[in-house]
Design a protein around this ligand. Structure first.
Ligand SMILES: *Cc1c(COP(=O)(O)O)cnc(C)c1O
Length: 558
């Protein structure tokens, strides 16, 4: 019946209905009211999904096979129906800002950063060119300038852009490195020989993607072992570089990780740059390796560069101050890097995706332009055309505007409070875990918002077990047994957290690998607490310590 009617309906009548699916292009308060009502209705319905648990509604069993056969619908539906659908897709979403969520390096978003993304969604700017993005383009330039100022780059020389994630920042860094090595010829002629990229073995796996996708090949990725502090071993780096340079091997880039994803390990950037400069002179290199700082997590610690640690006006605890200062000692030298990656969707409290790639010398970006004779930075003529050198053609402005919004909203002060708080909470957690003989904190020299720890069964001396696990081949079976033990504890904690009882943690299968005299041994799994929420408090911290012990008793069958 309905179908028959619809077939006879003139498209122009349907078009009238269809127009109500869009925000009105001219001032129309009734339609604006409808738009706001839709969003507000959505928020109300999502609110109904909230409970004591750090998740919206219930996680549902996924039956991906069935949905893979979903057919393309025949008819239009309505804004209301689709809104209802959208609400249902929020089911099972972790609430990152929940005091009982300590899952990963995923922040809750601030209201202005969300508004920025909404603004970009409504007006749909494309920052390929200022003509298509109005003042949104300015937000990108300003955010880049303010970040350059934060890390200590000379803003008369520095530049940068927003891109598709931390992976994108590493891709830009390595691409620039390649072009610098070959005078910008790779763009035109392609890569014709083996070229190496160097990173530590606890650096992010996106290095593999970058090596693969840039056509360098993953086999040309050189991984340098890390120390127990999860920091690139400088002796190994030097050994490798000397061997490479003396054999005439080409090294395009060294990626220094400032804040590894699992353990918050921080490479000694200034030592790496010194080593690069020293060897460049010694081996007479005309094109020394480009140093890219993968600071997608750690960049925000730069807000403490001019914090008065003596007077400590924000009143952080002594343990927190020590931790912040220790991180800063490593992180304060960011400006020495030739390029830097910054993620606002990690420690910048903005929605995905908001990633900035900064370069010390913006002239370098010329090497990426398809028309190299054209200068990429043409601000003087009122024109901004980053599309000349960006990989992306369509460039959404939400990420840049969200970053800009948070910088303006929070300033150094706000970021100091946020980061100071989450580090303080992590310190409190570590204090509690360290006090228990069956628990070993694994990243005890890496002070950040993340705590990796491992739980041991009764009868095992945890303090003695861990060093053996890391180095003793005859202890391999125990490593595997303890990995399984930790996994079972994790599952109990996970189940309870989903019932609204306790804190949701995560785990890592391999916080690092055992090292059997240079041979990689089995992975060492760990439980992981990543605190980023301003709502995390001492109650949540106490809960973690308590629930780990309760889960342990359950696994032990007590
Ligand atoms: C997350 C992460 C990346 C990758 O960033 P995406 O934004 O996820 O693409 C790279 N390096 C480190 C250290 C990371 O933690």
């Amino acid at each position: 019946m309905r179908r028959g009617n619809q077939e006879r309906e003139n498209y122009l009548d349907l078009l009238e209905r269809l127009k109500t699916y869009f925000p009105a292009p001219v001032s129309n308060q009734i339609m604006d009211g409808y738009f706001i009502h839709t969003v507000s209705h959505f928020l109300d319905r999502v609110d109904d999904l909230k409970s004591a648990a750090p998740i919206l509604g219930r996680g549902r069993e996924q039956h991906y096979h069935a949905i893979m056969e979903e057919a393309f619908p025949e008819e239009m539906t309505s804004v209301e129906e689709v809104t209802k659908l959208l609400v249902s897709y929020c089911q099972g979403m972790p609430i990152w800002g929940h005091p009982n969520a300590q899952v990963n390096v995923i922040p809750p978003s601030t209201i202005p950063s969300i508004t920025a993304v909404i603004a970009a969604a409504i007006y749909n700017p494309n920052i390929i060119w200022n003509a298509y993005s109005g003042h949104f383009a300015e937000a990108e330039i300003k955010a880049v300038a303010m970040l350059s100022d934060l890390v200590g780059y000379d803003s008369h020389r520095a530049g940068g852009l927003f891109t598709f994630g931390g992976t994108g920042t590493i891709l830009y860094g390595c691409k620039l490195a390649l072009e610098k090595l070959f005078d910008g010829k790779v763009m035109e002629e392609g890569l014709r020989e083996d070229v190496k990229i160097v990173a530590s073995d606890t650096s992010h796996y996106s290095r593999l993607n970058v090596a693969g996708w840039l056509g360098l090949g993953m086999k040309n990725l050189v991984t340098i072992p890390t120390t127990r502090d999860n920091e690139m071993n400088l002796t190994d780096l030097e050994d490798y570089l000397r061997q490479a340079f003396s054999q005439g091997e080409k090294v395009a880039a060294i990626i220094a990780t400032l804040g590894t994803t699992d353990a918050f390990g921080i490479d000694d950037l200034s030592a790496i740059v010194r080593l690069r400069d020293h060897l460049a002179e010694e081996y007479n290199l005309s094109r020394p390796p480009h140093v890219h700082a993968d600071a997608v997590i750690g960049w925000v610690w730069a807000v403490f560069r001019d914090y008065d640690f003596e007077a400590n006006p924000l009143g952080f605890h002594a343990r927190t101050l020590r931790s912040l200062q220790d991180s800063l000692k490593m992180m304060g030298s960011l400006a020495l890097a030739d390029s830097i990656g910054v993620d606002f969707h990690k420690t910048g409290y903005a929605p995905y995706i908001s990633s900035a790639f900064l370069v010390k010398d913006r002239q370098d970006l010329t090497l990426l332009s398809r028309e190299p004779e054209q200068m990429p930075y043409l601000y003087h003529f009122g024109d901004y055309h980053p599309g000349i050198y960006t990989l992306e053609c369509s460039r959404g402005a939400g990420g840049a505007l969200a970053a800009y919004a948070n910088i303006r909203l929070l300033g150094k002060q706000g970021f100091r409070i946020l980061i100071g708080h989450v580090v303080e909470m992590a310190e409190m957690l570590r204090e509690r875990l360290e006090n228990h003989p069956a628990i070993q904190v694994l990243n005890d020299f890496n002070y950040g918002p993340v705590t990796l720890f491992r739980v041991y069964p009764d009868g095992v001396d945890a303090e003695q077990a861990l060093p053996r696990e890391l180095s003793d081949p005859s202890y391999r079976e125990e490593v595997e047994r303890h990995n399984d033990y930790n996994f079972r504890i994790f599952r109990i904690i996970q189940e309870r957290a989903m019932q609204g009882e306790g804190v949701w943690l995560s785990r890592t299968d391999a916080y690092r690998y055992a090292d059997y005299d240079g041979e990689p041994g089995p992975p060492i799994a760990a439980l992981k607490s990543f605190i980023l929420s301003p709502w995390t408090n001492l109650t949540a911290v106490d809960t973690v310590a308590r629930q780990v012990l309760e889960a342990r008793e359950q696994v032990d069958g007590k």
